[in-house]
Design a protein around this ligand. Structure first.
Ligand SMILES: NC(=O)c1ccc[n+]([C@@H]2O[C@H](COP(=O)([O-])OP(=O)(O)OC[C@H]3O[C@@H](n4cnc5c(N)ncnc54)[C@H](OP(=O)(O)O)[C@@H]3O)[C@@H](O)[C@H]2O)c1
Length: 298
């Protein structure tokens, strides 16, 4: 018997996971959405299922996936419970990084098992998301009785389950994820714009060049940790190079770019200190980075 599932919130993550599960032999019964056309469109992408009412949701799905936005989640949970959508013994899980399984307490009180499964993958759209899930991690949280099913659900989506035993500080966890994924993307946007102007190449070429560098840096961080992976002028205490960079970034990235360069290089400086950068060299770099915006030019 295939595992039956339905999902609520037919957006990027919902459609990506549902398609992966459907391709892996699970049976998609359908989705609950706010907009009929968008829900139909997501189900066409998944390749199975039909639009469902909240009441129908509970009739036969063994697994109910909630993929509405973070801030909508608590309200959607309340509405679904009030609409008698919860079927006892089914497993309900959400994909928010911000909440643990406890946000689904009203669903648990109605007799279902509850869990959280957060893919540690940026999903800019459902097509990319469907591919990007392969081989990446997902933080899972749920009762022991649901662990086996949670691992199966991860594997069917191509994800590696990450289980932790102690309490999770969700706000800090989510901030770390946002820094690693969205922060890197924002920074690479600035790097690509700067590269594009520096070399006179087109935006695609510039993006590809900076992404290659970032890929190599990310690989080193994954293997050795951030401090050991560090290279570059700050690690060498080369204040002249930092001064030249600040000037160039102010010209190409404007005040926001310069601000970002200073903030990021302060983080780099703390790693350089861990790697043994001499105190006087570190202080000189610190002074330069702390100078008021535009204060190092001319
Ligand atoms: N995208 C990522 O990179 C990523 C990665 C990991 C985890 N997550 C988490 O996954 C969750 C979904 O993110 P997403 O990027 O897929 O968001 P999304 O693309 O905005 O999708 C959210 C979906 O929920 C629907 N929705 C909102 N309120 C609803 C309601 N009351 N009833 C039914 N459907 C409702 C939206 O419908 P409308 O079309 O009507 O707005 C939309 O289809 C979030 O908790 C997010 O933090 C996201």
């Amino acid at each position: 018997m295939p595992i039956t599932f339905a999902f609520v919130g037919p957006g990027r993550v919902g459609a990506s996971l549902a398609r992966r599960w459907a391709l892996a032999g699970m049976e998609c019964l359908g989705a609950v959405g706010r907009d009929a056309a968008r829900t139909e469109d997501a189900l066409a992408f998944v390749g199975a299922g039909r639009p469902l009412s909240p009441f129908e949701l509970g009739e036969s799905a063994a697994v109910v996936l909630l993929t509405v936005g973070d801030s909508a989640l608590p309200g959607v949970v309340e509405d679904l419970v009030a609409a008698r959508a919860v079927r006892p013994c089914s497993l309900w899980l959400h994909t928010s990084g911000l909440f643990g399984a406890d946000v689904l307490a009203p669903v648990a009180a109605a007799g279902a098992r509850v869990a959280a499964l957060h893919p540690l993958v940026p999903i800019p759209d459902r097509e990319q998301g469907c591919k990007a899930l392969s081989g990446e991690a997902a933080l899972v949280e749920g009762p022991a009785a649901a662990r086996h099913l949670l691992r199966t659900l991860c594997r069917r989506a191509g994800l590696h389950p990450v289980e932790v035993t102690g309490p999770i500080d969700r706000a800090a966890y989510h901030a770390a994820c946002a820094l690693a994924a969205n922060g890197t993307t924002g920074l690479l946007g600035l790097a690509a714009r700067t590269m594009e102007r520096a070399l006179g190449v087109d935006a695609d070429r510039a993006s590809s060049l900076v992404a290659g560098l970032a890929r190599a840096a990310c690989q080193r961080v994954g293997l050795e940790g951030a401090a050991n992976a560090l290279s570059g002028p700050v690690l060498r205490g080369d204040t002249e190079a930092v001064r030249v960079h600040l000037d160039a970034i102010a010209r190409t990235g404007g005040a926001v770019g310069e601000d970002a360069y200073r903030a990021v290089m302060r983080l780099v400086l703390s790693l350089a200190r861990q790697r043994g950068l001499a105190a006087d060299a570190a202080e000189e770099v610190e002074r330069l980075l702390s100078a008021p915006l535009g204060g190092v030019h001319g």
